[in-house]
Design a protein around this ligand. Structure first.
Ligand code: SAH
Length: 344
C-alpha cells in the first residue's frame, strides 16, 4: 500500500483519521498544527505526540516537505533558494529585502507552458504543477530566512516565480488559504499578489471566487500585434477579451490591477506604444510597474533607453496614472524577474 501525502488532507479528514484509529479528534488538530504552522519535516519532530501515534502516522503517511538544496545571497541582500521537491525536481524562490519590507517571490509550476520570448523560465518545458503544500513550504522557508537575516517576518508575497499561477489555479488558491489562515502564517491577503500573463477566463474565475489578494497582469504591450509577437500564446487571448475580464474583475472585487510592463528597444518604446498603454489604463483603476529588463540571451531583447522610460513616465503621469519604476534585484545570482531557470 502506498502511503498518502498527509498534507493533502483537510483538518477534518485528519480528525476523522484519528477517530477511526480509536483516538481523539483533537489529535488531528495537534498534528495539523505541526504540519502547517510549525512546518514539521518529519513525524519524529512532533514532540507532544506519543511515540505510538507517531508510528501510526509513519505507517500511513508521508510528509513531502521541500528541502532548500542550495541558497545563494546576492550583494544586494536578495536570497535565492533552489528548492528540491520530493520527486527530485527543482524550483526556485527568492527573498527580496528592502528597507520597509521583505518580499517572497514564489514559484507555482516546475517550468512553464507559456512561451514569453523574453523569459528564461519559458525555455524550460512545463514538468508539473506544484501542490499547495509545496508552494506554502517555499513561503515558510523564506519566512525563516527573513527572520534569520533581517530579524523580521516576511511582509509580502508575490506569485512571480517560475510558472503561470492561473494554470495551477486550485493549488495556488489552496496555498493562499493556508498562508492566510491562523494555522498557517496568518498573513493578510492584501499582502499577497498573484501575477498572471493574462488569461481572461481565469481572471473571471478569480473574480467569481471573490478572492481578496491583489492581481497583477504582465501586459508589456497594449498593441495586439506587438503583444502577440513577444508573448505568442496571447494570440488565443485577444486584448479585447483581456480588457473585458479585467472590467469583470474590477466590478466584482473593487480592487485595482497592477500592469507589469518592460520597455524594450525597438519593440515597445515609441509614442504609439505609450498611447496604447494610456488607453488600456483608462478601462479600470490600475497602476503601472515599469520593470527593468533582465537580459537572458544574446540580445534580441534589450532594455530601452532611459529617454523612453522617461517618456512613458511623463505621459502616464500626465494622464493621472500611478506609475513606479521597479529596479532589478538579485541580478548577480540570476534571481531577478524572468531569470529563474535552475541554472545552478
Ligand atoms: N507567469 C506569470 C508570473 C511569472 S513572471 C506572469 O507572466 O505574470 C513575473 C514577471 O516577470 C512577469 O511580469 C514577467 O513578464 C516578467 N519577466 C519575465 N521575464 C523577464 C525578464 N527577462 N526581465 C524582466 N521581467 C521579466
Amino acid at each position: 500500500m502506498s502511503k498518502k501525502d498527509i498534507r493533502a488532507l483537510t483538518k477534518d479528514q485528519l480528525r476523522d483519521f484519528f477517530v477511526s484509529q480509536g483516538d481523539k479528534a483533537f489529535r488531528g488538530n495537534q498534528v495539523y498544527e505541526w504540519l502547517w504552522s510549525k512546518s514539521a519535516h518529519k513525524f519524529e519532530d512532533m514532540t507532544n505526540i506519543s511515540k505510538k501515534t507517531r508510528e501510526i502516522l509513519e505507517e500511513n503517511f508521508v510528509i513531502n516537505h521541500i528541502e532548500v538544496d542550495n541558497m545563494q545571497r546576492s550583494s544586494d541582500g536578495t536570497v535565492k533558494n533552489a528548492v528540491k521537491l520530493h520527486d527530485g525536481l527543482i524550483v526556485e524562490s527568492v527573498l527580496i529585502p528592502t528597507e520597509s519590507r521583505t518580499t517572497a517571490c514564489v514559484s507555482s509550476q516546475v517550468g512553464c507552458s507559456l512561451d514569453c520570448e523574453f523569459c528564461a523560465t519559458a525555455r524550460l518545458k512545463r514538468m508539473r504543477n506544484l501542490n499547495a503544500d509545496e508552494i506554502f513550504d517555499q513561503v515558510s522557508a523564506i519566512n525563516q530566512e527573513s527572520l534569520l537575516y533581517y530579524n523580521h517576518k516576511l511582509s509580502n508575497i508575490v506569485y512571480m516565480g517560475m510558472g503561470e499561477p492561473l494554470m495551477n489555479y486550485n493549488n495556488v488558491i489552496k496555498s493562499i488559504e493556508k498562508i492566510t489562515s491562523e494555522e498557517g502564517l496568518g498573513m493578510s491577503p492584501k499582502r499577497i499578489t498573484v501575477s498572471t500573463s493574462g488569461l481572461p477566463k481565469m481572471i473571471k474565475k478569480l473574480a467569481d471566487d471573490e478572492v481578496k489578494f491583489n492581481l497583477a497582469v504582465s501586459l508589456h504591450s497594449a498593441i495586439e500585434e506587438t503583444r502577440n509577437k513577444i508573448m505568442p500564446f496571447s494570440k488565443n487571448f485577444p486584448l479585447t477579451d483581456l480588457r473585458e475580464s479585467l472590467e469583470y474583475w474590477y466590478n466584482k472585487t473593487n480592487s485595482r490591477v497592477t500592469y507589469e510592463y518592460v520597455i524594450w528597444k525597438d519593440i515597445n518604446d515609441k509614442q504609439e506604444d505609450i498611447n496604447a498603454l494610456v488607453k488600456f489604463c483608462s478601462y479600470i483603476p490600475c497602476k503601472v510597474n515599469l520593470i527593468e529588463y533582465n537580459p537572458i540571451d544574446d540580445g534580441e531583447y534589450q532594455q530601452a533607453s532611459s529617454k523612453a522610460t522617461d517618456a512613458y513616465m511623463h505621459t502616464l503621469e500626465k494622464n493621472g496614472i500611478v506609475v513606479n519604476v521597479r529596479r532589478s534585484r538579485g541580478k548577480d545570482i540570476d534571481a531577478a524577474c524572468g531569470q529563474l531557470a535552475n541554472k545552478s
